[in-house]
Design a protein around this ligand. Structure first.
Ligand SMILES: [Zn+2]
Length: 54
């Protein structure tokens, strides 16, 4: 996906809506960005996956 879209999604899902954590490193969560998919996970078990169509 293009960088602008990736940044938009990162900003949108920066904070976990479940526990409020904004940490995505240090084993507290992760972000995966692929060509057509954005995935954000959190240590509390929350995760979201967004499919982006180009
Ligand atoms: Zn969380």
């Amino acid at each position: 996906m293009d960088a602008l879209k990736a940044v938009e999604l990162l900003n949108k899902f920066n904070n976990c809506p479940k526990c409020g954590s904004e940490k995505v490193g240090d084993q507290e969560g992760s972000v995966e960005i692929h060509d057509d998919k954005f995935k954000r996970t959190c240590k509390c078990g929350w995760s979201i996956e967004v499919t982006v169509k180009n």
